[in-house]
Ligand binder design. Structure first.
Ligand code: NAD
Ligand code: 6OD
Length: 486
């Protein structure tokens, strides 16, 4: 049975208290490994190692050398591509066809992109007039923030972890990562690559465990960290804010969403259906940017719904390594219970089930997994819980609208503000609606098309702050002004 340990100061170590937990396959429900659970002792060790590394070889390393190491890291992931792929797919159950194109290449690219970006970003300077006429020169310097706690989720484990670790290291910080208890493997495997390419000890540390009263809480409430970057549920973000409040430091939070798609009658139907299929069902609906509320202009409502239904019914649920598979399981039996609970609630709230709505019958070993059917509803009221709550499963509600103003009002009728998709061939409408929808990222005629130089984050309950491009520097560095009297 595979044993997953912490990675502290360049070494793989077990827990002093001997505590472990099971790594369970979401596809079969069978145990595939054991994982060490960090106590306060391991978290203290990781924080000490990360702090020491700040002033060691890493802290003294010339920028060009640091950036070259980050490029080597990305190459190191790609050199072990198949190992990362298998580890990610076994932990999540997601199809290899998806992870091969999204999770692993993006997981590697996050290091190169931020290395190149940090190398090329200027800082500001101002000349100030002074009464004696000599003047003063002000210039800004960016310094690493320090020790960064990275708490990451299970839906895109490597991609979302390196999305934080990439810019953190590019800016010269050291990190302690607490990956999700559901998906410990690729974060741990990355420790081997760190050692192989020569990242100094203590720069990248990993502690495993759960949230409350476990590694997550011990890390985020630790006084030795200088910043917390977190991706996960909105209510976990609130718990982390409370637990970390005694020690003042920056937080960057990427939280939940209840994202709308607005499909106008002047859309390209083919593109809109294909895009909505992906945004509702990719990764078994477990993408924070995914669409759970679809609003369709009335003249094309019936045709759009019929096509979406046909697409959902053609999805092939199956094993990660079956090339025919287009959808994997949910992450766990617990999450399956939550999603099936919403499937029941939708019916209780008056939904018409257009397709799906339950648990599929799966063959052989897969019968023990966390499977659910891709599901489409119509007929829910705008204040139904299934319309307001993030479900995080392969499901969406489709509702007609009659005007652009109504579509925008419906899109904005949410506590969240993470992402939106607009489907229209009318350029004027596209820009107008994009400006009026409250979301951190709005896609027009596409979905999850990512340019990593752009700001990324959520409004309202979807997050605090922006990362991506130069915006990552706002979180991962401290900006200092130097004023020189001439
Ligand atoms: P989660 O909040 O349950 O867990 C995320 C991480 O936080 C895990 O590592 C977990 O162990 C840890 N954690 C839980 N409680 C904690 C606590 N009290 N203190 C410290 N750490 C704690 O989220 P999840 O279920 O892993 O991921 C799904 C959620 O993440 C969804 O809500 C989704 O929308 C959101 N998400 C958001 C984005 C984004 O970019 N905005 C991206 C991906 C996922
Ligand atoms: O693409 C990214 O950088 C990113 N943070 C994606 C988030 C996906 C959420 O599930």
């Amino acid at each position: 049975m595979k044993e997953t340990k912490h990675f502290i100061n360049g070494e793989f170590v077990g827990s002093a208290n001997g505590r472990t937990f099971a790594n369970t396959s979401p596809a079969t429900g069978q145990q595939i490994g054991i994982v060490h659970e960090a106590g306060r002792e391991e978290v203290d060790q990781a924080v000490s190692a990360a702090r020491a590394a700040l002033t060691g070889d890493w802290g003294r390393m010339p920028v060009a050398e640091r950036m070259a190491l980050l490029h080597k890291l990305a190459d190191g992931i790609n050199a072990r591509f198949d190992e990362f792929l298998e580890a990610e797919c076994l932990d999540t159950g997601k199809p290899a066809s998806l992870a091969r194109h999204v999770d692993i290449p993006r997981g590697a690219a996050n290091f190169k992109i931020f290395a190149d970006l940090v190398k090329n970003v200027p800082t500001e300077s101002f000349m100030l007039d002074t009464p004696d006429g000599a003047g003063a020169l002000n210039y800004a310097l960016r310094k690493p923030k320090g020790v960064i706690a990275v708490v990451s989720p299970w839906n895109l484990p490597l991609l979302l972890m390196t999305w934080k670790v990439g810019p953190a290291l590019a800016c010269g910080n050291t990190v302690i990562v607490k990956p999700s208890e559901e998906t410990p493997s690729t974060t741990t495997l990355l420790g081997e690559v760190m050692n192989d390419v020569g990242i100094p000890k203590g720069v990248y540390n990993v502690v495993h465990g759960f949230g409350p009263d476990s590694a997550g809480e011990f890390l985020t409430s630790h006084k030795g960290i200088d910043g917390i970057t977190f991706t996960g549920e909105t209510r976990t973000g609130a718990a982390i804010l409370k637990a970390s409040a005694d020690h003042i430091r920056h937080v960057s939070f990427e939280l939940g969403g209840k994202n709308p798609a607005l499909v106008f009658a002047d859309c390209d139907m083919e593109k809109a259906v294909e895009g909505t299929m992906r945004s509702a069902f990719a990764n078994c609906g477990q993408v924070c940017l995914g669409t759970e509320r679809v609003y369709v202009e009335r003249p094309i409502f019936d045709e759009f719904l019929a096509r979406l239904k046909r697409g959902a019914e053609h999805m092939k649920l199956g094993a990660w390594n079956d090339p025919e598979t287009s959808m994997g399981p949910l992450i766990s039996k617990e999450h399956q219970r939550k999603v099936l609970g919403y499937y029941d609630k939708a019916v209780a709230e008056g939904a018409t089930v257009v397709t799906g709505g339950g648990e599929p019958e799966m063959p052989g070993d897969l019968a023990g997994g966390a499977w659910v059917q891709p599901t489409i509803w119509t007929g829910l009221a705008d204040d139904a819980e299934c319309i307001r709550d993030e479900i995080f499963g392969p499901c969406c509600h489709v509702r007609p609208f009659d005007s652009e103003d109504e579509a925008v009002a419906l899109a904005n009728d949410t506590d969240y503000g993470l992402a939106a998709a607009i489907w229209t061939e009318n350029a004027g409408r596209a820009h107008r609606v994009a400006a009026n929808v409250n979301a951190g990222i709005v896609w027009v005629n596409s979905w999850f098309l990512r340019d990593l130089r752009t700001p990324f984050g959520g409004m309202g309950a979807s997050g605090i702050g922006r990362e991506g491009g130069v915006h990552s520097l706002e979180f991962y560095t401290e900006l200092k002004n130097v004023c020189v009297k001439l």
